[in-house]
Design a protein around this ligand. Structure first.
Ligand code: HEM
Length: 331
């Protein structure tokens, strides 16, 4: 990609001349004012991506918790004859079909995000928006496989974890929109950076183990859906052990980030993560000891999505990016 006169200085890069064929990351030629407008739009669309991905985790939870997972018994059609359920199929079909329709909202947001990123003209953002957008059809297919396997608990778990990954990616986009495109450098002492990376890894382990607990529990999504056969008590114990490790690492992150040179946003992110973790832990214990009422399990799902977002944010606040070198500039 070549440097065009209307590219904002901080995002210009010393890259080879423009190729003859347009590529994915190539900017659509726009004026500076248009590009600023596109950046404004992209910021808002990145928020919309994050919100819509969190929302579909919750509505997916509603499908499972109301036992509507096989409300539409096949995929991509709802029944062998039609894409839509018919009135006689009842509330479960309506709930499952409603969740399928939400895919189109996500697709619309993803397409708009990708187009806005192309207008902004920063390759990294375009690629991020593209990968985030690919997640939507991928999830539609994984959701379809989930139905076609009769709600196999491992497939259900994978379906949720891909959504969690999309939430993490949406946070990356949200943060990257506000940063320049230079190389990333650690903004905290190396040991602290590793602490936060470890925390992120343990966070993902907690998310994974949570889905294993769900696969062993009573909320299968349909009365006839199989369970993973593991002992719910034992896997809940394992899930909780990992939660305590995560909690310990989060407390450590809050304390350490206050006592070393670190960006203010990293301190804020660590406190936010700890707050969400404490609330989520409380919901986890209460739901476990009260026989897993669906409202609390739904809230626990929302909490898990917020933790995925918060720990990604914390990870990104521990590094910083400088502006790229401007070609022909002495700056
Ligand atoms: C604080 C961090 C925690 C996170 C991030 C987390 C995350 C998750 C996730 C992602 C799931 C799977 C949801 C699904 O597949 O639909 C789950 C399920 C579950 N979690 Fe946690 N959890 C946390 C804390 C706890 C605690 C402290 C307990 C206490 C025992 C707990 C008990 C459970 C139970 C019983 C389930 C299964 C619910 C069901 O049957 O659907 N969680 N958790």
């Amino acid at each position: 990609m070549g440097v065009t006169p209307d590219v904002t200085p901080e995002v210009r890069s010393a890259e080879p001349p423009a190729p003859a064929v347009a590529r994915l990351g190539d900017p659509v030629t726009t004026s500076g004012a248009e590009r600023r407008g596109a950046l404004w739009l992209l910021r808002h669309l990145a928020v919309a991506s994050l919100v819509s991905n969190v929302l579909i985790v919750v509505t997916g939870g509603v499908v499972r918790l109301t036992g509507s997972g096989l409300g539409c018994p096949t995929w991509p059609r709802c029944t062998e004859e039609s894409f839509r359920p018919h009135g006689a199929m009842g509330i479960h079909a309506g709930i499952e079909f409603g969740n399928r329709l939400l895919t189109f909202v996500l697709a619309a947001v993803a397409i708009a995000t990708f187009l806005a990123a192309r207008r902004v003209g920063r390759t990294a953002l375009t690629r991020l928006a593209f990968v985030l957008g690919l997640g939507v059809p991928a999830q539609a297919v994984i959701g379809g496989v989930t139905v076609l396997t009769g709600l196999n608990p491992w497939t259900v778990a994978f379906h949720l974890l891909v959504s969690m990954a999309m939430i993490c990616l949406a946070v990356v986009l949200l943060v990257r929109v506000r940063e320049p495109d230079g190389p990333a450098a650690t903004a905290v002492p190396t040991g602290v950076a590793w602490l936060v990376r470890g925390l992120f890894l343990v966070g993902w382990t907690v998310l994974y183990l949570g889905t294993v607990v769900t696969g062993s529990g009573p909320h299968a999504g349909d009365a006839d859906a199989p369970r993973n056969g593991l002992d719910p008590r034992a896997v809940t114990q394992l899930h909780t052990d990992a939660v305590f490790l995560l909690l310990g690492l989060s407390v450590a992150a809050v304390l350490v980030l206050r006592s070393v040179p670190a960006p203010a946003r990293a301190r804020t992110a660590s406190v936010v993560l700890l707050g969400v973790l404490l609330a989520q832990g409380a919901i986890g214990f209460v739901q476990y000891f009260t026989g897993l009422p669906v409202v609390l399990v739904g809230l626990h799902l929302l909490g898990a999505a917020l933790i995925a977002a918060a720990m990604t944010w914390l990870l990104l606040t521990t590094r910083t990016r400088s502006a790229r070198t401007v070609v022909g500039s002495s700056a």
